[in-house]
Design a protein around this ligand. Structure first.
Ligand SMILES: Nc1nc2c(ncn2[C@@H]2O[C@H](COP(=O)(O)OP(=O)(O)OP(=O)(O)O)[C@@H](O)[C@H]2O)c(=O)[nH]1
Ligand SMILES: [Mg+2]
Length: 178
């Protein structure tokens, strides 16, 4: 059983990934709750328990805001996750998103594994935007102590023509299941 934490700045698409994940064939969501929010922003915890390839895992995350209750829940994510999906929004500037991660203790956990999802690829549509964003993250070294498995371009809402990127969003989680 692997506990997977999903983190990222506000509005990047974290809760959307839970919905996409639930609709994915081959993944069975057993229990959990997600999507309760304040005007679309997650205040407390999104959580599911699921099975994949005969094993049970959990996926959980919070909103990207600095509300006290959200920070409180984010600390639970940081303390309890073995591995992390770090999500970014490709369609908005990287600086505040990187600042969000720099402040987190995730960087101090050398044991875990990390997948980085560069989300909302459908809004930028260009490989070059993805490559530049990826390079910015690599050069920022915010993840220097933790093993980065993969940096993937993703789309977290189901969208025709972007099936490969929807699959990547699910893959971001499944890659961390062992
Ligand atoms: N076009 C596009 N829209 C997306 C994508 N992923 C999420 N969205 C939209 O972005 C908005 C924010 O998505 P959420 O999933 O609520 O974002 P979040 O990271 O959970 O936000 P917080 O809980 O506030 O931190 C919603 O309107 C989603 O429909 C994507 O890949 N492409
Ligand atoms: Mg949310």
């Amino acid at each position: 059983m692997v506990n997977i934490g999903l983190l990222g700045y506000k509005n990047v698409g974290k809760t959307s990934l839970f919905t996409l994940f639930k609709e994915t064939k081959g993944v069975k969501v057993l229990t959990g709750q997600f999507g309760s929010s304040r005007e679309g922003h997650t205040v407390t915890m999104d959580f599911i328990r699921f099975t994949n390839e005969g094993k049970m895992h959990s996926l959980f995350g919070t909103g990207g805001h600095e509300w006290r209750l959200t920070v409180y829940h984010r600390n639970y994510v940081l303390k309890n996750a073995d591995n992390f999906v770090c999500m970014f929004d490709l369609s908005v500037p990287s600086e505040p998103q990187l600042e969000f991660f720099k402040k987190l203790e995730i960087l101090a956990n050398p044991k875990g594994k990390l997948v980085i999802a560069l989300n909302k690829y459908d809004l930028v549509k260009e490989e070059s935007v993805f490559e530049t964003f990826k390079q910015t993250i690599e050069e920022s070294r915010f993840i220097s102590t933790i093993k980065t498995v993969k940096i993937l371009p993703t789309v977290a809402v189901p969208k025709n023509g972007y099936e490969k990127f929807n699959e990547n969003a699910v893959k971001a989680v499944l890659l961390l299941c062992d």
